[in-house]
Design a protein around this ligand. Structure first.
Ligand code: ZN
Length: 121
């Protein structure tokens, strides 16, 4: 059975909601923090949804004082699995954690991670 076809408002890609990966739900949870209409949000393709969430998070990381940032990130700490492109990216076979992943954890893991944000600022 065919799912509902939607057109991404950002890139024009035609896609089905049913084709989205499992982590898309978590991206929508993040997206609830962004001020935009629900109609727009629901028709975004996964890639554009992730871009918007990434932009929002990058803005917060740059704008919020460290304590506020850690407090904000706490609510997402135990959310699902790490999201590709948001929490990490691949470099060959290796997973490289992004700053957001470390910020959610709330502390440094002392492993010398490339994007370690601690001490914050
Ligand atoms: Zn798109």
């Amino acid at each position: 059975m065919k799912g509902r076809l939607m057109k991404c408002p950002d890139c024009g890609f035609i896609h089905e909601a049913e084709d989205r990966p499992e982590y898309a739900e978590d991206l929508f949870t993040y997206y609830n923090a962004v001020i935009e209409t629900i109609d727009q949000r629901q028709s975004l393709c996964v890639s554009c949804l992730r871009d918007r969430v990434n932009k929002k998070l990058e803005h917060l990381i740059a704008a919020l004082p460290p304590d506020d940032l850690l407090q904000y990130a706490e609510q997402y700490r135990f959310m699902g699995k790490p999201i590709p492109g948001l929490d990490f990216y691949m470099e060959g076979e290796k997973r490289v954690s992004k700053a957001w992943h470390h910020i959610k954890r709330g502390r440094c893991c002392s492993s010398g991670c490339r994007h370690c944000p601690y001490p914050l600022i």
